[in-house]
Write a new protein. Structure first.
Length: 293
């Protein structure tokens, strides 16, 4: 038994040595006792007022109870203010640690809210996020899953993969939605020839190649353009293929074909254009370089 009291004294000794805590506890007890006595006296005085109606006395009793609760709350704040402040600082530190630990998760959730509120894209749309292009096949609170586009080039050999993108990228990267305005997109094909090649023929052949392919879906493209004008009040998009010339390199002449193509057929049409261009140029002029973007 003596050992039990010794352990109890050893546990309580640090608390008893804290004079500030003892002082606050005594002040708190005196304050609560005084408040209870005052509340009881005032309540008894109200109930003894027979000159007031029952409804008035009941209302004053309710007011007294609410005022007593407010005074009690303010008194506790004044008495234990330092301890409450210390506890609040601890809570802030814990909250900051939680935020730092879950920052990416919070950003992903905010990105999901941004996507939903802005209606940036939906399942089935063809988008490009942070340089990753593909069709949206799944969306959730923290990520977006894309089926990588089949658009291939000499710098990218494997395509058609499933790519999971965190929604936090939506807050820092632009989102390109190729499906927002319908089933067609403006495709750009770049071709470079040497300065001493016949650039006029190259321009004509490239234009003819684009015209042959665009003629296959010209009627549907025209109907789609009229629908865009009616729905979004847009100017009529480019209907006919066109070629632009660039002189960015000293030894090369750059030709850029812009043509409207159906979504999902970009890579196929690019290859067809290049093949038609090579066939048209192979008779008299050799192609020095071709590049598709």
């Amino acid at each position: 038994m003596q050992g039990y009291y010794e352990r109890l004294a050893a546990a309580l000794l640090p608390m008893l040595a804290d004079r500030a805590l003892i002082r606050d506890a005594i002040i708190c007890a005196v304050f609560i006792f005084s408040l209870m006595v005052c509340r009881s006296l005032i309540r008894r005085a109200i109930l003894r007022r027979h000159d007031l109606g029952p409804e008035v006395r009941r209302r004053w009793v309710v007011y007294l109870r609410n005022c007593s609760l407010g005074v009690f709350t303010l008194g506790m704040i004044f008495i234990w203010g330092h301890e409450i402040q210390t506890f609040a600082v601890s809570l802030v530190a814990i909250a900051a640690a939680i935020v730092l630990a879950t920052k990416e998760m919070i950003l992903c959730m905010l990105g999901s809210i941004f996507r939903s509120s802005s209606n940036a894209f939906a399942v089935g749309d063809r988008v490009e996020i942070g340089g990753i292009r593909g069709q949206v096949i799944d969306m959730n609170l923290v990520s977006t899953t894309l089926m990588e586009s089949s658009h291939a080039s000499h710098r990218q050999g494997t395509v058609g993969r499933g790519v999971t993108v965190p929604n936090s990228l939506l807050l820092s990267q632009p989102v390109f939605n190729e499906s927002m305005l319908g089933d067609y997109v403006l495709q750009t094909i770049h071709v470079a020839i040497l300065r001493n090649d016949n650039w006029e023929k190259a321009e004509r052949v490239l234009m003819e190649a684009g015209g042959v392919i665009a003629a296959e879906y010209a009627h549907d493209l025209s109907r789609h353009a009229r629908e865009l004008e009616r729905r979004y009040a847009l100017e009529s998009p480019m209907m006919e293929p066109r070629v632009r010339i660039f002189l960015d390199h000293y030894e090369e002449i750059g030709l850029q074909l812009q043509i409207a193509v159906p979504l999902g057929h970009r890579a196929k049409i690019e290859q067809r254009v290049l093949r038609l261009f090579l066939q048209g140029m192979s008779t008299n002029t050799s192609l020095a370089k071709s590049d598709v973007k």
